[in-house]
Design a protein around this ligand. Sequence first.
Ligand SMILES: Cc1cc2nc3c(=O)[nH]c(=O)nc-3n(C[C@H](O)[C@H](O)[C@H](O)COP(=O)(O)OP(=O)(O)OC[C@H]3O[C@@H](n4cnc5c(N)ncnc54)[C@H](O)[C@@H]3O)c2cc1C
Length: 415
Amino acid sequence: MLIKPQLLVAGGGIAGLAAALAASLAHWDVRVFERSEQFAEFGAGIQLGPNAVRCLRHWGLLPALQALAVQPQQLQVRSAESGQVLGQMALGQQMQERYGAPYLTIHRADLHRVLLQALQQREGVHIKTGEPVLQVANHSSPLNNHAAIAVRTPMRDSIEGDALLIADGVWSQLRYTVQAANAPLWFTGHLAYRALLPMEAVPPCWRAANVQVWLGPRWHVVHYPVSAGRLLNIVVLVQGQAPVDLASWDHAGNAHVLAEALAGCCPALQALVDAVTAHGMQWRLWPLMGRKPVSGSQEMAQGLMALAGDAAHPMLPYLAQGAGMAIEDAAMLGHALQQYEAPIATRLQHYALLRWQRNAQVQQRAWRNGQIFHAQGLLRWGRDWGMRLLGQRLMDMPWLYQGPPGLHLDAHPLP
Ligand SMILES: Cc1cc2nc3c(=O)[nH]c(=O)nc-3n(C[C@H](O)[C@H](O)[C@H](O)COP(=O)(O)OP(=O)(O)OC[C@H]3O[C@@H](n4cnc5c(N)ncnc54)[C@H](O)[C@@H]3O)c2cc1C
């Protein structure tokens, strides 16, 4: 019997699970270690561009996703003060025709569940919750010339594999095992207040399947439906002070502080924001952390270790692509792992070479988008004028939605 190589995965978020699935489809055995005791209904809404959906479809997940997601018809950008539409872009069928895959909005927990269920159906995949990876060590056996990597968890001293994927999220500690991946983590000065509102509590004019973006000075609001249209995901992004306890990712948001930040917004937006507390829902506060953009392939792989997702390239959510890049990472990793003729370290190098520039570009563009979204004064005037004049031409991003160069995915799912 042919013994399959084994991938160890540290972290069972979107990056870890997507990579585990891609590796399993590339005929690897996989062991995922997740720190949390159980996978909670964690996170809120995320937008998935056609670049990410194409990967998910390649893995055969599109029908399951479509049952839980929403396919928005329009992206509308408005002035938060006047409520006027500054520009819009067709999503829906037009996006699908332009890029060969749909644009979807989904609850992170739904996407996570779809990935998890797909993995649970595959042989050779083991997922351990409540078992964090504490340490990593290289194991080489001169006797049979076999290189391997091992991890230590609180339950086991050494679990050996042929490669390790580090996907432990934005607060990653394990990334420091990769020598070049030592860029420090910092608070970006941006905060995200997130809430989910049952659709029946949403003012009727905002129930349509659209992505709405409201631009204010040094803040903006994004909302769109998720969970097959049952919930509206609302995110308010403001610049401000970090909460005292930075080490925790998710804080109970303070509705009063939020109301102060949004002073001067138009009544329609105010009514929507007020509906959250009026219906007994809570704002959760996420301090947005960052690292400098990836500067070379050595930051994404070394020897038998590779990095993926937020552990490798945390980014501001202003291009709505953090999970998208994690999914692209996974697809590229699967592609690299199946180059059976090459040594495993070479395959991981290949993965890193194909991913680092794309991730760096998205990190940089997300940061720049934040400056444009939050512009004040003359820059703001120019932005609004450009949006009115150019609309879709300004908002569409073929370089992003066409997917990364070097990743060729069939339009049909894998068997
Ligand atoms: C406000 C906001 C809006 C966003 N909107 C979008 C969007 O519209 N579109 C989009 O694509 N992205 C969006 N994102 C980004 C997206 O949510 C993230 O990029 C993505 O979820 C990262 O996934 P990950 O698997 O890399 O990290 P995580 O989801 O953080 O997963 C890491 C996992 O590793 C586990 N872990 C940690 N340490 C260890 C250890 N030592 N051993 C084992 N397990 C460990 C953690 O428990 C966790 O489960 C948004 C983010 C924010 C904050």
